[in-house]
Ligand binder design. Structure first.
Ligand SMILES: NC(=O)c1ccc[n+]([C@@H]2O[C@H](COP(=O)([O-])OP(=O)(O)OC[C@H]3O[C@@H](n4cnc5c(N)ncnc54)[C@H](OP(=O)(O)O)[C@@H]3O)[C@@H](O)[C@H]2O)c1
Length: 300
């Protein structure tokens, strides 16, 4: 046991969770990661522990829970069974956390649970914030199920924050590394008509905003974790091309994307939403990487 604040994290071995746990540890937190991987257990250190089951957790006072675990969206083609797995992997972990929270004598101060801007569904140029309605579709159904599971434990913790993540940009995972090779070959261009909005955010700002939500006692409810300046897909491709000194002209027709990637292409790449982080901005959060050129300059 240490005197630092204890955080329980699911998804702590993933792209976001790995960087988030490293940064929280630097800030003095003690992080325990719930993972399905047996191999990680032996990697436990003084400030970063791994467990395979909630029942294995040592009794202690938990300051916060961060819930990011879920089957990756791009793991394989979306069959009906795979879509069910994408949803149930997130809901099952969240429900298991709820059951565990019910057994604690001292509830954590804050529970931060994942979601995505896909909650809003597909829109054209409308600017969306946390008060905007949603439109039906698979991404909405997935995020709504995940958020509903988290909301079931609102009275089991001091504060519940739901983070609707945009496309997270970083070097060690997420979408950016997969975009780099085609862009370097001059193959990055408009996907479909290229007018779909991509609401992105730099990984560093994800971590800084989650830390703000952990520590700000006023922070509660839904927060869009997106940069203040989203872009259309073609603007994204052109900005990336400029940074790589490559043209971004070769189009990927929508039917070809659907042929290659199936429904994932339709839901995630060819349609989007223009999301504004209203609640983060209202709470005084300042972005280190508010616009795409600056974010890419930092990352590339
Ligand atoms: N990256 C983005 O741009 C982005 C955007 C919007 C939303 N999100 C959401 O934010 C969360 C974290 O994103 P990420 O990019 O860090 O994800 P990631 O790298 O794919 O990591 C996800 C984590 O979930 C766990 N996991 C994977 N499959 C699972 C399953 N079937 N059942 C239970 N746990 C499973 C894994 O942990 P173990 O193997 O250790 O168990 C893994 O560490 C994800 O839920 C993702 O959908 C991400």
């Amino acid at each position: 046991m240490t005197n630092s604040k204890n955080i329980l994290m699911t998804g702590g071995t993933g792209f976001i969770g790995r960087y988030l746990s490293q940064q929280l540890i630097k800030q003095g937190y003690h992080v325990t990661v719930l993972t399905r991987s047996g191999a990680d257990i032996s990697n436990s250190t003084e400030h970063l522990a791994f467990v395979n089951a909630l029942a294995d957790l040592q009794p202690r006072t938990w300051y916060g829970v961060i819930n990011l675990a879920g089957e990756p969206l791009n793991k394989t083609r979306w069959s009906p069974a795979q879509k069910a797995q994408i949803i149930s992997s997130r809901v099952a972990v969240t429900q298991a956390l709820n059951a565990w929270l019910r057994g604690l004598s001292t509830p954590p101060e804050v529970f931060i649970s994942g979601s995505a801007v896909g909650w809003y569904g597909h829109w054209d140029d409308e600017c969306l914030d946390e008060d905007s309605p949603s439109r039906a579709g698979f991404s909405n159904a997935l995020c709504a199920a995940w958020e509903t599971a988290a909301m079931a434990q609102a009275d089991l913790t001091g504060r519940l924050c739901i983070v609707r993540l945009g496309i997270v940009l970083g070097n060690d995972g997420g979408s950016l590394p997969a975009m780099l090779l085609p862009a370097k070959l001059g193959l990055g261009g408009p996907m479909g008509d290229g007018r779909q909005w991509w609401s992105w955010i730099h990984l560093e700002d994800v971590v800084r905003s989650i830390k703000m939500l952990l520590e700000n006692p006023q922070a509660t409810g839904v927060f869009n974790l997106t940069a203040p300046y989203p872009v259309t897909q073609i603007e994204f491709a052109r900005t990336l091309g400029r940074h790589l000194h490559r043209p971004a002209v070769l189009p990927l027709p929508g039917f070809m994307a659907k042929l290659m990637l199936g429904e994932f292409a339709e839901e995630v790449l060819l349609k989007g939403q223009r999301v504004r982080p209203k609640k983060l901005l209202d709470s005084g959060f300042t972005f280190n990487h508010p616009d795409l050129p600056r974010a890419l300059r930092d990352l590339l």
